[in-house]
Write a protein of this length. Structure first.
Lengths: 222, 222
DNA sequence: GGTTAGTGATTGTTGAACAATCAATCGAGT
DNA sequence: ACTCGATTGATTGTTCAACAATCACTAACC
């Protein structure tokens, strides 16, 4: 029904443009810091300038783009401070969600599915997919808290973190170690040991943060 | 420099319109559920339809407005579920921020200033101002965590909660009891008893939630 | 060489126009 | 009288074209 080859899930044209840009962003097709010209992008995506501006506004709220007045919009460059902040928030929210969740929460099915998907993608050496599955696993952990607001916050944080991952290469190094750890966390949680699961998760997140920060510092010595 | 009587802090016209709408919303000038016609509002605020749409988009992201496709934007009606969610998030974030904050955090000055402002407004019987000051107090507590993401989340949550307050009348009943409690929390925190302060705050938030939920149920028996 | 004026390009904003969609009115048929 | 359906009207969604405002870069000038 659409004039394009891809059928989107959203309805609005601005939503479609935003989704398309999101894909380009996580695929690494747009480098952080790059400036996005309104006219160029609008005719590349086949939407008007006004509509594209709405899409830009959305992605700016998701912290994927930054908007400098009278200078244009740029692909966000995740700062070290922002990454550290993200991990602080993740430890705070994920651990508490895990700790104070009843035993058989429906979201645990999402956790299991994500974990198995990550294992499959690992065996297929598709590390981008492993990253996606890992993020879905953590998103499911947050869902244990049954809070719309936290879910939404976490979605934003994930997108921003994903941008930071794109800044670094060697995705295998970034994602491989955590597939088995996810399995361990899930096992403890399903066994009823929420506190234990939360504790393992906290160590896990601290390790992950150290890894990312080190890779970041190694790659961008500035 | 401006053609209007009010000088805004923002620069963009859309920001100005959004800020103006925000004021109308917290002042209760726009009732929850009310539909906002694009043409009507745009000529009332003196901005173009396109610009107003950008403002609408912002406020929709802040959950102050809801957007129904092809039906228009409406002032959000805070649901009971949303209020409960907000308090869950508040307990989680505020208590942990208070508990795990070093003793002499700069944000404690904001806490003190907000508390004193609330006391002054209470003595002047200005309960809307008391509500504003109380929210600033809690915003300062969140700032103890030194997290941009949490600050931003809390700003959204506050605005939404404020909308819920507007739904209820008798603001004195809603705000008076908490001025002294804020003072108690601050005193404990400044004395170095972070855990005690967090504990008092948790009870405080549970009580506040019960009060609001009860008032909500009383007023909207639906 | 440093400063300043100018110039070009891009963004910010507006207005008008048309298509798409929803809601309500009105009418036909039973 | 009631239900179902089509027409109409209004509002939103999107595009286009135009102009004002601002920034970055260039080049002249001291």
């Amino acid at each position: 029904m659409a004039q394009l080859d891809e059928a989107e899930d959203s309805n609005s044209r601005a939503d479609q443009a935003a989704e398309q840009l999101r894909r380009l962003l996580i695929a690494g097709d747009l480098v952080p810091g790059q400036r996005l010209s309104e006219t160029a992008v609008s005719e590349r995506l086949g939407v008007s300038r006004n509509t594209l501006r709405e899409a830009f506004r959305m992605l700016t709220h998701e912290r994927l783009l930054v908007h400098k007045p009278h200078a244009g919009v740029f692909v966000a460059v995740p700062s070290l401070a922002s990454i550290i902040d993200i991990y602080r928030v993740r430890r705070m929210i994920e651990c508490q969600a895990l700790r104070s969740s009843p035993a058989r929460h429906p979201a645990s099915r999402r956790m299991r599915a994500a974990m198995e998907s990550a294992q499959a993608s690992r065996d297929a050496d598709d590390w981008l997919a492993v990253g996606t599955a890992n993020m879905e696993f953590h998103s499911a952990i947050v869902a244990l808290a049954d809070s719309d607001h936290l879910d939404r916050l976490y979605a934003n944080i994930s997108a921003e973190l994903r941008l930071a991952f794109g800044l670094l290469d060697d995705p295998e190094y970034l994602h491989r170690p955590y597939v088995d750890r996810n399995a361990a966390v899930l096992e403890l949680y399903l066994a009823g040991d929420s506190a234990g699961a939360a504790s393992v998760l906290e160590d896990y997140l601290l390790l992950s943060e150290r890894t990312i920060v080190a890779a970041y510092a190694r790659q961008l010595p500035a």
